[in-house]
Design a protein around this ligand. Structure first.
Ligand code: ACO
Length: 433
């Protein structure tokens, strides 16, 4: 087979290299087309079919509903691995052995101290501040307390890059738990037993420990949070990850790049959907529970309402993460003896949508955000913190993608455009100058 594609434009013919992914998909490389053709460019609004980079981290096949991290299936990782193992796998490429995992954990614990002045910043935020705005600002503020991270030339030292990574893995959970504690009026404390707790147990203890009370770990909550974080850990070149990579491509430091990723994740069409989903379930419940009415609204092109937690840019089949989360939501509610009417609303919406021609024709299925809020709610986490929990899970993925981009020495991200504005026109002054 010829290893090139040929593009014919207005009588001109251009040979373009044909690349192949390790899973066999073909990809036409167009980076030299402009030079070859004297100015032809390509456009793909919303990057619907454009690869922005080469990556060895995550593979997904949206038609078949396959998701793998570094070659391992998401189903296997979510049922057998710890979040920290998966984080190591994503960031460094291979599963850690026992010593490597222990070192990684210890280094993270070592770096999980946050400057006391950050507490003053948290205190200065109004009580109604959205936790995603707070988290993104605090992550950005960390650059001021970690000046080494600004525009680091990581090619100089892999050790510096490693240190920055463990700092982020250690400090972000502290920022998240403090954001949560501030909302609850709890003092901003660290976990007292960090070294004895695993990464996920430590997060739960930091979030939920009440002043002057011992915190007793609930294994159901630890297991389900571990699973949720793994399921959210990476998803190749989505909106927030592409943001992290493009910000980092200007040789911006890791903290600042991740802060930008948190802002991108916040939007309701991306990670912010988990909050919007739960609010939608509640609104339907309050409106009498008529799920068909909301299915009809979602189908009505005159109505801006969308069925939140449904549809995906890449999955045109059931999102494999949603399958696992749906089952986990059932188990958690059953084990904790919680009878939550929103689960019934969710199931009714899903059942109706999956039989409806509108959703079937457009291949719209529940995505990762459809059932996750049901679990967070059972854990006692308020809906405006759901996207923050997503960010906690996505952290190793963002770090892995940023590290890969820097190690591959990728050029600065700078798309072209199709200019549709005015051509040259004459300026008429209204000032006296
Ligand atoms: N409800 C109703 N209709 C929908 C929905 C939905 N949730 N999602 C897509 N559609 C329709 C669109 O109106 C469009 O219909 P048309 O062909 O008649 O115009 C068609 O399906 C294709 O949708 P697009 O918006 O073009 O698809 P795109 O890939 O650009 O968007 C997205 C994907 C943003 C996820 C979209 O499905 C959506 O808005 N879903 C709801 C928000 C959500 O759950 N986001 C979380 C995604 S997962 C994540 O990022 C973590």
């Amino acid at each position: 087979m010829s290893e090139k594609a040929t593009l014919n434009v207005n009588g001109g013919s251009y040979d373009l290299p044909l690349l192949k992914s390790s899973e066999g998909e073909l990809c036409i490389e167009i980076s030299k087309l402009r030079g070859q053709s004297n100015g032809i460019t390509t456009i793909d609004r919303g990057f619907k079919n454009t690869a922005s980079c080469e990556s060895k981290i995550t593979y997904l096949d949206g038609e078949k509903g396959i998701l793998r991290y570094r070659g391992y299936s998401i189903e296997e990782l979510a049922s057998k691995a710890s979040f920290l193992e998966v984080s190591y796998l994503l960031i460094f490429g291979e599963l850690p052995d026992k010593d490597e995992l222990e070192k990684f954990h210890n280094d993270i614990v070592e770096q999980s101290i946050v400057a006391d002045d950050i507490k003053k910043i948290i205190d200065a935020f109004p009580g109604a501040a959205h936790p995603m705005g707070v988290l993104s600002s605090l992550t950005s503020a960390l650059t001021a307390f970690n000046p080494d991270d600004i525009s680091l030339d990581y090619a100089r030292s892999k050790e510096e890059m490693y240190n920055t990574i463990v700092k982020l893995m250690g400090k972000i959970p502290v920022l998240i738990s403090w954001t949560f504690r501030k909302k609850n009026g709890f003092p901003l404390e660290y976990s007292s037993k960090t070294r004895n707790l695993d990464y996920v147990e430590n997060i739960l203890q930091m979030m939920f420990k009440r002043p002057n009370e011992d915190y007793v770990q609930n294994t159901v909550l630890v297991d389900v949070l571990n699973k949720l974080l793994i399921l959210h850990a990476d998803h190749e070149q989505n909106c927030s990850t592409s943001t992290v990579r493009i910000v980092g491509s200007a040789q911006t430091g890791l903290f600042a790049s991740i802060s930008a990723g948190i802002s991108a994740l916040w939007g309701p069409l991306h990670g912010g959907a988990n909050q919007a989903v739960l609010e939608m379930f509640n609104a339907i419940k309050e409106d009498g529970g008529d799920t068909q009415k909301y299915i009809n609204k979602a189908k009505d092109k005159e109505d801006p309402f969308r069925l939140m937690g449904f549809g995906h840019r890449v999955y045109k089949n059931y999102d494999p993460r949603a399958k696992i989360i749906k089952e986990a939501a059932h188990n958690v509610l059953e084990t904790l003896g919680i009878d939550d009417p929103v689960l019934e609303i969710a199931k009714a919406l899903e059942e109706k949508a999956l039989k409806d021609k509108y959703f079937v024709d457009r291949k719209l299925y529940p995505n990762v955000d459809f059932y996750s809020g049901v679990i967070y709610r059972a854990m006692g986490i308020p809906s405006d913190m759901y996207t923050v929990m997503f960010a906690l899970g996505r952290l190793p993925g963002w770090i892995a993608q940023w590290r890969e981009m820097r190690l591959m020495n990728e050029p600065i991200g700078r798309p072209r455009q199709l200019y549709t504005g005015s051509t040259l026109r004459k300026f008429k002054s209204i000032s006296k100058r």
